[in-house]
Design a binder for this molecule. Structure first.
Ligand code: NI
Length: 165
């Protein structure tokens, strides 16, 4: 397993739309192993392949306190069941380190995806997981949580990160 480099906002590669996975093989498994190791190395709870410069629709998630409930979601699709239901979450991102903003997202959703074997799965996430799957889904479509805040705030965050480099 290898710890990969996580791209940081405003890296333009974070804007690339990931392509669907068609081959479920050992390479895919190895990619997710690297992604889990990379995510855990920085105490993250979710990481999308696009964040390490791999344009594939793959994300890893583990929101458990003991880090022992790994979830791999491949080719995810999200359906909003009730658009009137939303929840506010404080969000951060490994690609936007050190910054947190309150984001409102749909709270009544259904997630369809494929697992590492290519088997179709469907879950109705609750609580924190609802936010994380939408955050990772955004990544795979070239979107970041800072796209949900004002242009002014986004520019301020970008300038601070660029200065840190
Ligand atoms: Ni993120």
């Amino acid at each position: 397993m290898t710890i990969r480099k996580i791209l940081k906002f405003p890296d333009q590669d974070l804007r690339i739309k990931a392509k669907p996975v068609e081959t479920f093989d050992e390479d895919l498994k190895a990619l997710t192993d690297d992604m889990f190791e990379t995510m855990h190395s920085v105490n993250g709870i979710g990481l999308a392949a696009t964040q390490i410069g791999v344009a594939k629709q793959v994300a890893v998630i583990d929101i458990s306190p003991e880090k022992n409930e790994p979830l791999v979601i491949i080719n995810p699709e999200i359906k909003i069941l009730d658009p009137s239901k939303t929840a506010d979450y404080d969000e951060g991102c490994l690609s936007v380190p050190g910054f947190f903003e309150t984001i409102s997202r749909p709270s009544d959703i259904k997630l369809s995806y494929q697992d590492l074997n290519g088997k179709k799965q469907e879950i109705k996430p609750e609580g924190l997981l609802t936010k994380v799957v939408q955050h990772e889904f955004d990544h795979l479509n070239g979107r970041l949580f800072v796209d949900h805040i004002s242009e002014l705030k986004r520019r301020r965050i970008r300038n601070k990160i660029v200065k840190q480099k």
